[in-house]
Design a protein around this ligand. Structure first.
Ligand code: SF4
Length: 109
């Protein structure tokens, strides 16, 4: 199942991580929620393919450890989402549709 593009309405922000929002539910280590708002990555879908890290022209993503998560023990964290130029490459290359980018959400936490 792809990331829910309406996560702002359907989820609650439960935390901040390195300056970006985390949208719950979060029950570590199995459930990690969605990281980011402008560039949102559903950590529960991400399987650490790495195409977004390779292809993003402005290096928005960084690996973070997710020990014990059932899909993968690395996640593509939108650590620099404020640098995003909305090219949509990451959305296109993600094999499991874990990423949603919306410039209309830029600047919101
Ligand atoms: S939309 Fe483009 S610039 Fe923004 S995070 Fe994705 S690949 Fe990077």
């Amino acid at each position: 199942m792809p990331i829910d593009p309406s996560f702002e309405e359907n989820r609650e922000q439960v935390d901040d991580h390195e300056g970006h929002a985390v949208w719950g539910p979060v029950e570590e280590p199995e459930k990690l929620g969605i990281h980011g708002t402008h560039v949102a990555v559903d950590f529960d879908i991400c399987l650490a393919d790495g195409a977004c890290l390779e292809d993003c022209p402005v290096d928005v993503f960084e690996w973070v450890d997710a020990p014990g998560h059932p899909e993968s023990e690395l996640k593509a964290d939108p650590a620099n989402e404020d640098q995003c130029i909305d090219c949509m490459i990451c959305v296109d290359v993600c094999p499991v549709d874990a990423i949603d980018v919306d410039a209309g959400r830029a600047g919101r936490l």
